[in-house]
Design a protein around this ligand. Structure first.
Ligand code: ZN
Length: 506
């Protein structure tokens, strides 16, 4: 028996939506990489038109009745039980996207989009001028749009859950709080012990490293990790990112600094991790809404695993350092592998999240989660944010910014109304180490393979257990299927404690 006609029609609509989204991604990629500056307005018009067409398609009234015809309802999104499980997973995800889009009134979407544009511009200006009060009314508007969206999407008991669900489906703020509370305490304690130990020498990382040589090394590395350049590209942009233009076209970007070789290098490894996930979706879900990450947190688990757990490991540099030293003989000729390993793992509480090391990074995220939760339960107003930020920095990291530009204004997310996104970064660390623990059990020689520069077995394992499924499973289902357990801080905390106790001789 073939697929019901209504289901075929839904797959066709879904395919068109994917193609439109990828066309938008192509224009956005160009905008961030090669577009000449004066093309900004024309590009904005093109993007607005395409995004409008995509939204119209996504809320096409025919979709509701097609979903009904295959038995998919809000209560039973996966549809008729007689359908194959792949189709039922497709219906669950398609219905989820449809419900999210259709529940928001068009006027609200348009008003919010316009306000987001103004808010982002106001944020950039406020950050330049260290002027939080000029941005505050825009941020206030972003919070109220987000509250309205959460109301329309619905939530059980906390409006913040409605927002979290966009990025981390099925994960509630209560669950995150129950993980982040003990995580914050364990990490703060580890940071305190590390700060009392002598700091490693990192001066040789800040010498001059020619950008062309950084690029040559980075390109070889990403190819060795398994990123096929016949299906991707590396280009330069102000902020590194990964974007999917098609099932066989997943591109990454990085940025290079002459006086900081590790920034560009670790960005390449991080983005390669995202790209390998997107390129690893199975042939059975190709071109459908199932060819997507299970959640933002699961996506971050892949990028952070490659960047930190692999890319900042002793085994990795045992294999790779000779090649790096050969690339930069003037800079690294007298540095040994152990000193380099200690330098790229230096822990220092600092003000800026994106520059934070592996240990302090999650503390930056926990602070943002605390503040977001309070913005949405009404216990914190926008005007109180800078002071609450600084108090949180003192409490978690023991450092306080001199300016709001280096504090509450540092990230773009809130100016775009992207609330509920930050937790994914720290959840990625947790998921990643839960996966890694199972991987080490199943590939006992994984570390000696890394030392030999052989990444194929690790990638094959990730492909088989995680990548090929796309978003067929919710994050907690994926975790169950790979690890047989629920979300936990222990594998991550124990990994950090044992790594850094050894590194710092604690
Ligand atoms: Zn990332």
């Amino acid at each position: 028996m073939g697929r019901p006609e209504a289901l075929e029609e839904l797959y066709r609509i879904d395919k068109d939506l994917r193609l439109l989204t990828q066309a938008v991604a192509a224009l956005q990629w160009d905008q961030e990489t090669y577009m000449p500056p004066e093309a900004v307005e024309g590009r904005a018009d093109q993007l607005a038109l395409l995004e409008g067409l995509t939204h119209d398609r996504a809320v096409d009234p025919r979709i509701g009745s097609l979903l009904e015809r295959v038995g998919s309802t809000p209560e039973n999104p996966r549809g008729d039980e007689a359908l194959p499980s792949l189709d039922r997973d497709f219906l669950r995800v398609f219905r989820r996207n449809y419900d999210k889009a259709v529940r928001l009134p068009g006027q609200l979407v348009r008003d919010a989009a316009r306000a987001e544009g103004l808010s982002q511009a106001a944020w950039a200006e406020a950050r330049r001028n260290n002027d939080f009060p000029s941005f505050a009314p825009h941020l206030d508007a972003m919070v109220s749009f987000a509250k309205k969206k959460a109301e329309f999407w619905g939530f059980a008991d906390h409006p913040y859950d409605g927002l979290l669900d966009q990025h981390e489906p099925g994960v509630r703020q209560e669950t995150i709080a129950s993980l982040f509370d003990p995580l914050g305490k364990r990490l703060s304690e580890l940071v305190r012990r590390i700060s009392a130990a002598p700091a490693p020498d990192t001066s040789f990382l800040c010498a001059e490293y020619p950008v062309e040589d950084q690029d040559r090394f980075g390109r070889q590395l990403m190819a060795d990790l398994g990123y096929e350049l016949s299906r991707g590209r590396l280009d330069l942009s102000a902020h590194p990112f990964t974007t999917t233009l098609g099932a066989d076209d997943v591109r990454i970007t990085t940025r290079y600094f002459r006086d900081n070789m590790t920034s560009g290098l670790f960005s390449i490894i991080h983005e390669t991790g995202h790209a390998l996930y997107e390129l690893g979706f199975g042939p059975d879900i190709r071109g459908t809404c199932l060819a997507d990450g299970s959640s933002m947190g699961i996506h971050e688990s892949q990028s952070r695993l490659w960047e930190n757990v692999v890319g900042r490991s002793r085994a990795f540099w045992r294999g790779r350092f000779p090649a790096l030293r050969k690339q930069f003989p003037d800079r690294l000729g007298s540095v040994d592998e152990g000193a380099f390993y200690r330098a790229v793992n230096a822990v220092r509480p600092s003000l800026i999240r994106v520059d934070a090391d592996e240990v302090t990074y999650s503390l930056h995220v926990i602070l943002r989660f605390d503040l977001e939760r309070r913005l949405f339960d009404g216990s914190l107003g926008v005007e109180g944010l800078p002071a609450a930020w600084n108090r949180g920095m003192a409490e978690y990291l023991g450092v306080v910014p001199d300016t709001d530009a280096d504090g509450v204004l540092q990230d773009i997310h809130w100016s775009m109304g992207a609330f509920g996104y930050f937790p994914s970064y720290a959840l990625g660390n947790l998921y990643g180490l839960q996966f890694w623990r199972v991987l080490l059990r199943e590939i006992p020689d994984a570390e000696s393979r890394l030392a030999e520069g052989r990444f194929d077995a690790v990638l094959a394992w990730l492909r088989e257990r995680i990548h090929r499924h796309g978003c067929r499973m919710l994050p907690e289902e994926l975790l169950q299927s790979v690890c047989g357990e629920t979300l936990s801080i222990l594998p991550f905390v124990e990994y950090l404690e044992s790594k850094y106790e050894l590194l710092y001789g604690l």
